[in-house]
Design a binder for this molecule. Structure first.
Ligand SMILES: [Zn+2]
Length: 621
């Protein structure tokens, strides 16, 4: 793993060469819940967009820290583990491994993808809890808790079922309704029943801890009022959430989770910190784990510290829209409360004062053939099944051009086939293939430009490609990835039109040969530029095309899965990490005349139309 240097020579998107102070950028990616494999709806929201952004920022010379991990606590994992007769840890181990493999297969370039069951994570969660408690933003509150009348013992949330008071779903759990997704308290349920023996639970006074959100409303509003460039619906939704902030319970009657780090509570087996409270802290704990593994345990501060060298480091948070509240209210409230910045003031804890998020980049939902994804109803395609049959870049392309960036969008197999065959294969793949194969066949190398020089058409095409760096880059920087890949594909379309118009295949005589070489040189240069423009979106094929153009070395760095020891003595686990300091820069690199070229193998696979019916039959089960 790598640490960033202080200065970096980089070509600015405008094309001017300048000395940039290398800035630190945090890419904080939503934590997938470890209760099953991920489907393509999940990765279209948090996974691919964050990777496109991180790759682009690295290519422009920024020192990006991209972190996430599996979210492994909470009732749903405990319930599923109970049903399977395994421990929650065993269940989390299984799906942590599956999810790491899914994200690896997609080429998502995490600096560290870890998990919430590490000892490091427990320690960081407890440090934030204690700091907020000292500052008065976490308060104990007497509330009504369920007990079993026949045994007198506390009845954990997961063993209480009843009708959801919000949507009327009849099998809502004590802490959450799986139908409408709202968080509940057991006492909210209508007709609560014990799932153990069917008796009606009794509610008695019990103590839990609450996050005092009203005391943090002022600092949250101040922060949201200064946000710029957010997707308008995300900012509007976030501001509306502030209108009715109530204290929120952050502990539960549950055995699986992070213990409450206070005297008299630490050793209690029946009370744990609520899963959503611990999971959002993962961004920070994963950054600290990354730093500890890098050999410089303090390095995380460059992305987080609001006082030190991290104070200008922006942080971008990527997620689906169902997670906005945790990132635009809960997480900034925790950071501000720990830093001592709410209406009760206070002192920062030992980790210091923290940066609040720069932007919450939330996407909408992907549906599948017009329906909501649902594992139980089998309206689903899992990432691993997809990657067994299709290439990662084919999915990445679909997500980039047709994903749920700012509207709900629908994945259909017919549309996937069309995008793959008509755009990726017939557009980009065809340009790569015909320009390289013509040059390989006629010259065996990158041909030189005729001393007679370039024509107006040659110059115009080269200019279109060079202008792409500014246009595409600016759009990725503003999280407008759909438009960004559209601009890159316009360069591809222009190059295909240029080849058709120039028709180098007709220039067969010896006298025409220098002109043929010039046309192919220009075409290959634009293939190289377009390949760089598409690298954040299509890293796997970008590496292959780089090599087809005679390039060597790493063009698009890829993540690796590493088995690591827990830093504090817990069990070993797999992480995703990588060395992303190598690879292409966001600039046009002049092709080297005379570099040998071989006849290319196709980079993209044309799919047979029969896959549509096959996949629909699988969906129908
Ligand atoms: Zn409900």
């Amino acid at each position: 793993m790598r640490l960033g240097g202080a200065y970096w020579f980089a070509t600015l998107p405008s094309g001017s060469l300048g000395l940039l102070v290398m800035s630190h950028v945090l890419a904080a990616v939503a934590w997938p819940y470890a209760n099953g494999p991920r489907h393509i709806g999940h990765v279209s929201g948090f996974g691919v967009p964050s990777d496109v952004f991180a790759r682009y920022m690295r290519m422009t010379g920024h020192d990006v820290l991209m972190v996430s991990g599996t979210d492994e606590h909470g009732t749903p994992i405990q319930v599923q583990a109970d049903a399977e007769g395994v421990t929650p840890r065993e269940l989390a181990d299984r799906y942590n491994r599956v999810i790491v493999a899914d994200l690896h297969g997609l080429g998502l370039s995490y600096d560290l993808f870890t998990r919430t069951t590490t000892r490091n994570h427990y320690a960081v969660v407890q440090e934030l809890f204690e700091g907020m408690y000292r500052n008065g933003y976490i308060v104990p509150k007497t509330t009504m808790g369920a007990i079993s009348p026949s045994t007198g013992r506390t009845l954990p949330d997961r063993y209480i079922e009843g009708t959801c008071p919000i949507c009327g779903y009849e099998s809502a759990r004590g802490d959450q309704c799986d139908s409408c997704g709202n968080q509940l308290d057991p006492i909210d349920l209508r007709n609560p029943k014990s799932k153990i023996n069917g008796e009606t639970p009794e509610f008695i006074e019990t103590e839990h801890f609450f996050l005092d959100l009203p005391a943090l409303a002022g600092v949250l509003r101040q922060w949201l009022d200064t946000r710029e460039g957010w997707r308008p619906n995300v900012l509007r939704f976030s501001k509306n959430l502030l209108d009715d902030l109530q204290p929120r319970a952050i502990t539960r009657d549950l055995e699986w989770g992070v213990p409450i780090p206070l005297e008299g509570w630490r050793d209690r087996g029946d009370k744990r910190i609520y899963v959503w409270f611990d999971a959002v802290i993962g961004y920070l704990s994963a950054s600290i784990e990354w730093a500890r593994r890098s050999g410089d345990p303090e390095a995380w501060r460059r992305w987080w510290s609001a006082d030190g060298q991290g104070k200008d480091a922006p942080g971008y948070y990527f997620m689906g829209k169902d997670n906005i509240v945790f990132h635009s209210v809960i997480w900034p409230a925790l950071l501000a409360g720990y830093s001592g910045e709410g209406s009760r003031d206070g002192q920062p804890g030992e980790l210091g004062r923290m940066n609040l998020p720069t932007e919450v980049v939330s996407s909408e939902f992907l549906t599948m053939e017009g329906r909501k994804f649902s594992s139980s109803r089998r309206v689903v395609i899992y990432v691993r099944d997809f990657l067994e049959r299709y290439d990662a870049d084919a999915l990445r392309y679909f997500i980039a051009v047709a994903g749920p960036e700012s509207n709900d969008t629908d994945f259909t197999w017919a549309e996937f086939l069309r995008r793959n065959n008509d755009e990726l294969v017939a557009g980009w793949g065809n340009l790569v293939n015909r320009s390289i194969s013509m040059a390989a066949k006629n010259f065996g190398a990158i041909p030189p430009v005729d001393p007679a020089g370039l024509t107006e058409a040659d110059e115009a095409l080269l200019a279109v490609a060079r202008a792409g760096f500014g246009a595409v880059g600016e759009l990725i920087g503003r999280h407008r990835q759909k438009q960004a890949i559209g601009e890159a594909m316009k360069v591809v379309a222009e190059a295909n039109r240029y080849l058709s118009e120039q028709a180098p295949w007709k220039l067969k005589s010896e006298a025409d040969r220098p002109r043929m070489g010039t046309i192919l040189h220009v075409a290959l240069q634009v293939v190289s530029d377009a390949n760089t423009l598409l690298t954040p979106f299509l890293p796997h094929s970008a590496q292959k095309i780089h090599e087809l153009l005679g390039g060597t070395g790493v063009h698009a760095p890829m993540p690796v899965v590493e088995e690591v020891e827990d830093l504090d003595g817990g069990p070993a686990y797999p992480v995703l990490t990588g060395d992303y300091s190598v690879g292409a820069r966001w600039e046009s690199v002049p092709l080297e005349v005379g570099r040998p070229l071989d006849p290319p193998k196709p980079v993209f696979r044309k799919l047979d139309p029969s896959i549509v019916d096959e996949e629909l039959a699988r969906l129908a089960g």
